[in-house]
Design a protein around this ligand. Structure first.
Ligand code: BG6
Length: 498
């Protein structure tokens, strides 16, 4: 597909996300020949910089480009850098938009970008509305002589109410079809592959329902703590930071009905329906029973003391913000009635992994007696990261006398594919926005449906000191009582377990 001529205007251009993710993604798109020749980037932020200084900092001396591309051709780098410009917006994001509009108009002439503009908001969310308003007042939001698109980063809102307010505010200045809400998990190949696994195979979908599935489990674990993001994280917590966005996106893809086609709206309609069918927990009792929050604590590892969450920079020493969250819930619709879903996410855990596990029911009549047959259920393990792939666990006969059953593995790894070159999530998502494809972006109603489910849990946790935040040691799988959430003594499947 051909990418139209266009200009990408990045707000928050001197920030971390821009240098760490956006510029390397644009660089790879450039090298891959995915960008139009008539393309340029205008970085906007509050710092005072010239075009040259911006190019040097963001590109020529960027550790994120130089490291990855140490064997890069300096001429390619230079040619890439020349497409970058910079505009200082003064001390806040509320002034100088006429100046910005003039600069955009002159760069549009210079680079022949056909009046097509994408505004990427990589700023604190509190600035989204004011930027949208100012862009609109400067005549930059209406699509008259080219397209105008607005990409907004997560977090999108702080709770249901603020997400709604933000949607309403953005809709004041931009149409929904112009707004691209980024969730970088949707840019991951393996997350997109959930749709393909389900809807392009006839061996899984007939089993994909309450009749054959016993329960569904999703684990997202990171080894890192909150690092330098304590200030942001302490006001957010795992439920907002990971669960409301990334994990509910995975849930919606696992749960949704087959869309009529791969058209963006058809897929998003089904995702919204899926999210709307999550059973909202109403009472405090229900929330306490079905959720668990935890926080990593100071831990001795190999004679060294590793900081606990409350000792991290920017974190309130008495904080009850969760760095681990586990939720059990049900999906109230025809397909999923009665099937429990268990989803957990945590920082400072033993390994970095994201996977979804579909546990199938054991055969309804036991022919081969095996004491722990129930635990040896068939499993479909979808490994989202790392070692991206799919694993099926099924029973085989142990050679020898009698009929002893053992679980064997059937494995597929992405790295075995011939065309294994996987685009980075930001690369893929940016290219989609440039080509006007919204499939992998969250729609307004989708984000709100996700918040609607999370909101009562957040409120209950926040307003209720009786809901404990359990401590867990760094490098463990969360609070000790986390297995109690899973009935039938199944316990969580820790990656690495058989
Ligand atoms: C971000 C969260 O959205 O996702 C971070 O804000 C988290 O806290 C990150 O570390 C995880 O992303 P990935 O792609 O490394 O799994």
């Amino acid at each position: 597909k051909k990418t139209p001529n266009q200009m990408l205007i990045i707000f928050g251009a001197s920030g971390d996300l821009t240098s760490r993710k956006l510029i390397p993604a644009i660089y790879n798109l450039f090298k891959g020949g995915h960008l139009s020749k008539n393309f340029c980037v205008l970085g906007v932020s509050r710092s005072n910089m010239t075009d040259e200084e911006f190019r040097t900092k963001a590109i020529l001396e960027s550790p994120f480009l130089q490291k990855e591309n140490s064997k890069e051709d300096p001429q390619t780098m230079q040619a890439f850098a020349e497409q970058f410009h910079y505009q200082d917006l003064g001390s806040d994001y509320d002034h100088s938009y006429d100046l910005l509009a003039n600069r955009i108009a002159s760069l549009n002439e210079q680079h022949g970008t056909s009046g097509n503009y994408i505004f990427y908001l990589s700023t604190p969310p509190s600035l989204y509305e004011v930027i949208a308003k100012n862009l609109s007042e400067a005549g930059l939001s209406k699509e008259k002589d080219g397209f105008r698109r607005l990409i907004v980063e997560k977090p999108f809102g702080y709770d249901l109410e603020s997400a709604k307010t933000l949607n309403d505010a953005l809709h004041h200045y931009f149409d929904e079809k112009q707004v691209y809400r980024i969730d970088h998990y949707l840019g991951k190949e393996t997350v997109q592959n959930l749709l393909v696994t389900r809807f392009s195979n006839s061996i899984f979908e007939p089993l994909w329902n309450r009749r054959y599935i016993h329960h569904v489990e999703i684990t997202n674990a990171e080894t890192v703590g909150v690092e330098k993001r304590g200030g942001y994280y302490d006001k957010s917590g795992a439920l907002r930071d990971m669960f409301q966005s990334h994990l509910l996106q995975i849930v919606s893809l696992l749960v949704m009905e087959p869309p009529i086609s791969s058209d963006a709206e058809e897929i998003r309609d089904e995702k919204v329906k899926a999210l709307k069918s999550l059973r909202i927990m109403k009472s405090e009792e229900e929330i306490v029973k079905n959720t668990l929050r935890g926080q990593y604590v100071k831990t001795e590892i190999d004679g060294k003391t590793v900081k606990g969450y409350r000792e991290e920079e920017g974190v309130n020493p008495e904080s009850t913000t969760e760095t681990y969250a586990a939720i059990k819930f049900f999906v109230d619709n025809w397909r999923w009635k009665g099937v429990p879903f268990y989803v957990r996410t945590g920082k400072a855990m033993p390994t970095k992994v994201t996977e979804a596990v579909i546990h199938f029911k054991t055969p309804h009549h036991e022919v081969f007696m095996s004491q722990d047959a129930y635990r040896k259920d068939n499993k479909l393990i979808i490994r989202i990261q790392p070692d991206e792939g799919i694993l099926i666990k099924f029973g085989v006969k142990v050679p020898g006398l009698g009929f002893h059953v053992e679980q064997a593995n059937m494995e597929f790894y992405y790295s075995d594919l011939e065309s294994a070159q996987v685009m980075d999530a930001y690369e893929r998502l940016l290219l989609d926005a440039m080509q006007g494809d919204t499939t992998l972006y969250a729609r307004a109603d989708e984000v709100e449906a996700a918040w609607r489910f999370v909101d009562p849990i957040l409120k209950c946790w926040e307003n209720n000191p009786a809901v404990n935040t359990y401590g867990y040691s760094v490098g463990t799988w969360g609070p000790r009582n986390s297995d109690e959430l899973i009935e039938d003594s199944f316990g969580w499947r820790n990656p690495g377990d058989l």
